[in-house]
Design a protein around this ligand. Structure first.
Ligand code: SAH
Ligand code: SF4
Ligand code: F3S
Length: 469
């Protein structure tokens, strides 16, 4: 397997700078959240200032997603909205850049037409950002002078996959939710026929294990106690034929001071028994598996090139339930894939009923230009896609309602992640199974573990009360 990063960059924080102000806005998956942290780190290191909205920024970078058509439309309309909001506030036009998967998929086309942007920088080229932005918002340059609608703008397009792409975010820019994201590889070597990711993120290539360990070491040294290992298929991690994902989990779990390890996303085909054994054995690895099934119909799975059958998927679930104490599952599903019949869709409902997921993310099939499935007729009418999506969500709601009701009264351990959005004064906690709990009447520091009794629930969030030790 190729490698894309085999040393840790210098993460020493630069002196606070008064340079141009940059606002980074993130769309899409956790890989983009991680990349936005890395972009922020690269820019801070070069003397830029990070700000939190487009009205105080000299440049706005949108880190984008191409996975469905809707995700791309949202970004294009956001470009128009940013321009209008600045115009309404009597501000000069900001430089606008598109990073991420849309940059990779659409390239220079994003610098043409009425919504043309100034910069297009793909997923492996963020080290070019300080230089590219410097030419547009460097000292003495305020915004761009080009009028919206003109195509001959200053700016640049830098895309294409590189093996030497090199990003790690400084620990103090990591988020949120108490879990520090650590990308362990990039790209994807699967060729699921509906999916744009192999095109936008390129082939799978691994971060060296010593870099991953050093990165997590820095997080722990900075006070972090939990990491989420990230990749399109973390379970396919393989370092020079000597280390697989199970081996990597062992090494990460051996880091002193680290308390919890989560990971996203697992591919059903790579959930080998020895990996599930390791997940069950290693106390620090949380018993929550996000392993997208996509469909419960073998005919659809075959046309999707998912490389497993529904029976194999259920076998994986059943084995995990045996060897991983307290394991729970979440999944993604696509409805209305080309040729999906009502019977195929019923097979998906059947799978959902059998697995009893905590949570599913379900999507209407969206044809992406150039992917293998684009050659198949997108023949499930939009109305049928909508109906199937609604029915799938209803079935999941029914399953979750029964499961959540059964949990009320249970006493669980969970870790505080900070203040809850509401009610005022409440804190939010997360269990090892990735369940959210809101507790009122307690004031503990983020990172502290608490024992709580579940008193009720709403949506995917439980409410709880503290249980005296
Ligand atoms: N690597 C992960 C997830 C990739 S994208 C995996 O293998 O499962 C996240 C989710 O978006 C996918 O799981 C899938 O459910 C959905 N998705 C991807 N392409 C899509 C498309 N063309 N239309 C609708 N949903 C799609
Ligand atoms: Fe896309 Fe399939 Fe790769 Fe996931 S495994 S990123 S769905 S090609
Ligand atoms: Fe979207 Fe790219 Fe992630 S297409 S889902 S941002 S890898």
């Amino acid at each position: 397997m190729a490698t894309f990063q085999n040393s840790l960059p210098d993460l020493t924080k630069p002196a606070p700078a008064g340079g141009p102000a940059i606002y980074v806005e993130t769309y899409g998956c956790q890989m983009n959240v991680y990349d936005s942290q890395a972009i922020s780190g690269v820019l801070e290191g070069a003397g830029y200032r990070l700000v939190d909205n487009e009205l105080v920024a000299d440049a706005v970078l949108l880190n984008t997603c191409s996975v469905r058509e809707h995700a791309e439309h949202k970004v294009i309309s956001r470009v128009g909205e940013i321009r209008h909001r600045r115009l309404d506030a009597d501000l000069p036009p900001a430089v606008i850049g598109i990073c991420g998967c849309m940059a990779e998929r659409l390239g220079d086309d994003l610098r043409k037409g009425p919504r043309a942007v100034d910069l297009v920088v793909g997923v492996d080229n963020y080290d070019a950002l300080p230089r590219l932005l410097g030419a547009l918002v460097g000292p003495g340059i305020v915004g761009t002078t080009a009028k919206p609608g003109t195509t001959a703008k200053p700016g640049a397009t830098v895309t294409g996959h590189r093996q030497d792409a090199h990003y790690v975010a400084p620990p103090d820019l990591y988020p949120t939710n108490g879990s520090h994201l650590v990308t362990i590889h990039k790209g994807c070597d699967y060729k699921c026929t509906y999916c744009i990711v192999p095109m936008t993120r390129g082939p799978q290539s691994e971060k060296a294990p010593e870099v991953i360990l050093a990165e997590i070491g820095q997080i722990v040294a900075g006070g972090g106690r939990e990491v989420t290992l990230l990749g399109q298929n973390v379970t396919a991690y393989r370092w020079q034929d000597s280390l697989d994902f199970a081996g990597l989990l062992e090494q990460v779990a051996a880091i002193d001071g680290l308390e919890r390890i989560r990971f996203l996303t697992g591919h059903p085909r790579d959930m080998h028994r020895h990996l599930m054994d390791a997940i069950g054995r290693l106390d620090k690895v949380c018993p929550w598996l996000h392993v997208p099934a996509q469909s419960g119909s073998d005919a659809v799975l075959r046309r999707m090139k998912r490389l497993y059958t529904a029976a194999e998927y259920l076998d994986m679930v059943e084995y995990a339930q045996r060897v991983v104490p307290g394991v729970t599952f979440s999944s993604d599903f696509i409805v209305g894939f080309p040729g999906e019949t009502d019977a195929d869709f019923r097979a998906t409902l059947d799978l959902v009923r059998r697995v009893k997921y905590d949570q599913i993310f379900s999507f209407k099939y969206s044809e992406r230009p150039g992917v293998p499935a684009a050659k198949l007729a997108d023949d499930v009418p939009l109305e049928a896609k909508k109906d199937r999506l609604a029915e799938l969500m209803d079935v999941q709601q029914e399953i979750w309602t029964a499961a959540a009701n059964a949990h009320v009264g249970a006493v669980v351990t969970a870790v505080c992640e900070g203040a809850a959005r509401r009610p005022a004064g409440a804190i939010r906690l997360r269990t090892a199974n990735n369940r959210k709990i809101v507790v009122t009447g307690m004031d503990v520091a983020p990172g502290a573990a608490l024992t709580v009794r579940l008193t009720g629930w709403e949506g995917t969030t439980f409410f709880g009360e503290p249980v005296p030790a």
